[in-house]
Write a protein that binds this ligand. Structure first.
Ligand code: SAH
Ligand code: SF4
Ligand code: F3S
Length: 472
């Protein structure tokens, strides 16, 4: 797909027309504020929201108090995420009172639920536009309509689409999110995503490859292929390219860049995928394989469709084939019915899998999901106590694994400036955070780094040339 195709797709969706109308009407200096909650998928959507707003003549501000349009791109994965959104929109009430012409937009996973949209309409009447996840391209039209006198618009319609051709304003000049598929068909019993993001749909492989090529040409150094379950990529495209095939296509692009991907559902992670990662030229030696629990009973109740044994055999195949593999995971503690014994199974699995890092969550009942109705809801104190035990085990493992990296040479992408003077932050090939003494001019480049110290959450290192000099 060329840039011209993008503009055409954008015109077909009516996006460009409304952006042009808004750009002609907006006073110079009109500003928009976009706040994102939730996962990389939402971050990526927010880059499209910013792209549309920029095309509509708004410049992006980090200060909500300074903006003419406020967009809250929400997440519904846990109750805590929703409460943060409600807290934050509550706080803007006073802005609304000061500025009658302010336009407030709520979009993303939370608003796709009719009950939540209804609550917003009732409790926060100053929200002008409530947009579901399937109608993102209509944002410029709805802003236009509000500027022309409409007070409230709610649109939760649609059930698919892959938002082709929308303009994108990326947060970073170094790292890019590249969605390859949307939605999820897995219906894990605790999870709201299939309800708010709809059925799985994949983007055409050629479109993904062309977009990746353009990113590399534009100087991006890291491309992360995104999907709720990238391993089931390809269904419905009619092109016979599975995720391993797509990875190989992107890996075939010439240039100096690294490819990451997330998330891989363990039930669909194939040996072909492992081989593709192992033999890739640009593909990071990294797998994020959310396990959720180490108890077969709980895994079955979660509808994960693998056992602890199957999972661990996948891990050992991956470790065998991918040298220096970085393995990360997600775990939920306190799923309904989880006993101390089930939890001990999780600790045992975590000990065996030896993760480099982990995202752990206390189970949060999501209205409308099967698990929310299950017997045996676990008390809050039990969840937090298990959470603390799990995190302390993980910290011990990560500390040990990271110490093993001291003295090793790694090719690190330097991606930002550290809060400590004279230092940059970077990511190892496995995506571990590392801090390096290096000049700011090196941000956005790969550098050979010797790891010189390690804590559980972070490594530090020195540029190879400097540590060699120091050692001679
Ligand atoms: N599609 C990805 C992850 C999506 S959500 C996957 O399947 O791996 C990210 C993580 O949030 C999940 O892996 C899970 O650990 C956690 N999560 C999802 N629903 C949750 C809930 N109701 N309570 C607590 N954690 C949850
Ligand atoms: Fe949710 Fe499961 Fe789908 Fe991940 S695979 S998004 S946890 S339903
Ligand atoms: Fe949240 Fe939606 Fe992502 S629920 S985790 S923003 S897909």
């Amino acid at each position: 797909m060329t840039k011209n195709d993008d503009i055409k797709a954008c015109r077909d969706a009516g996006v460009a027309e409304y952006c042009d109308l808004l750009a002609a009407r907006n006073a110079p200096g009109a500003k928009a504020y976009v706040r994102t909650y939730g996962c990389q998928q939402n971050e990526s959507d927010s880059e499209k929201i910013r792209g549309m707003l920029a095309a509509a003549g708004y410049s992006v501000t980090e200060d909500a108090g300074d903006a003419d349009v406020l967009v809250y791109n929400t997440c519904a994965i846990r109750e805590h995420a929703e409460n943060r959104v409600f807290g934050n929109i509550g706080e803007i009430k006073h802005l609304r009172e000061r500025r009658k012409d302010l336009i407030v937009v709520l979009c993303g996973c939370m608003t796709q639920r009719e009950q939540t949209a209804e609550r917003v309409r009732r409790q926060y009447p100053f929200v002008n536009i409530i947009l579901g996840t399937f109608v993102l391209p209509r944002l410029p039209e709805y802003i236009w309509r509000c500027l022309n006198g409409e007070k409230h618009i709610t649109d939760l319609s649609g059930s698919g689409g892959t938002n082709e051709g929308l303009p994108v304003l990326r947060e970073s000049r170094i790292k890019a999110w590249l969605p390859v598929m949307y939605g999820c068909d897995n219906f894990c019993s605790y999870c709201v995503v299939p309800y708010v993001r709809g059925r799985e749909r994949s983007r055409a492989p050629g479109t993904v490859e062309a977009e990746a090529r353009r990113l590399v040409e534009d100087g991006y150094k890291e491309i992360t292929l995104l999907g709720q379950n990238v391993n089931s990529y390809g269904k419905g495209t009619g092109e016979g390219v599975n995720f391993a095939g797509l990875l190989r296509m992107v890996d075939g692009i010439d240039g100096d860049f690294i490819i990451r991907f997330m998330t891989s559902h363990p039930k669909d992670a194939t040996d072909e995928l492992i081989e593709t990662v192992a033999s890739g030229k640009h593909i990071a030696p990294q797998l994020h394989l959310p396990v959720q629990s180490g108890s077969d009973r709980i895994l079955a109740a979660m509808n994960r469709r693998y056992t602890a044994e199957k999972y661990l055999s996948l891990v050992s195949r991956a470790r065998e084939r991918i040298p220096g593999l970085t393995l990360t995971t997600d775990v939920i503690v306190g799923f309904p019915g989880e006993t101390e014994e089930d939890f001990l199974d999780t600790l045992a699995l975590v000990r065996e899998a030896e993760y480099d890092s982990m995202f752990a969550f206390c189970y949060s009942p999501r209205p409308g999901t099967p698990a929310a109705e299950m017997d045996g809801q676990v008390p809050h104190e039990v969840k937090t106590e298990r959470f603390a035990r799990l995190m302390s085990l993980q910290e011990e493992i990560a500390q040990r694994r990271n110490l093993n990296l001291v003295g090793r040479k790694m090719r690190v992408l330097l991606d930002g400036v550290s809060s400590r003077a004279g230092r940059l932050t970077g990511r190892t090939p496995g995506n571990l955070l590392i801090e390096v003494e290096a000049p700011e001019s090196m941000v956005g480049t790969f550098a050979d780094i010797i790891v010189d110290s390690a804590r559980a959450w972070q490594l530090t290192g020195a540029l190879e040339e400097r540590s060699c000099r120091a050692g001679t």
